[in-house]
Write a protein of this length. Sequence first.
Length: 118
Amino acid sequence: MSQQRDLPESMAWRVIGRLESGQTQRGVADAVGVAKSVVARLWNRLQETGNVRRRPGGSCSKRQLLLATGRRVSSQTVRNRLHEGGIYARRPMVCIRLTPRPRAARRRWAAEHRLGAI
């Protein structure tokens, strides 16, 4: 099995055709000369998106933005504008506020259940 970055689309559709004809994933992988995981990923991608093409990456959206606006916009500018709108990459963790009473209860529990104290 050779290592290559991506399976050509024509080969991917051949793999899907073999799977749809009833061959097993292992059989298709052996016949085509790729790893079974490649065949499994292709099949999952087809089920999720209806296509075998890879999903567009970050450069694609940058290109689309350039075509739409006619201006180059840095990724930092995009992040700044999203932050101004209240959109962030990470969501804050939601947890209960630890007031002195629950903190003391946790400390007591930890002291009682310390390794070797049981």
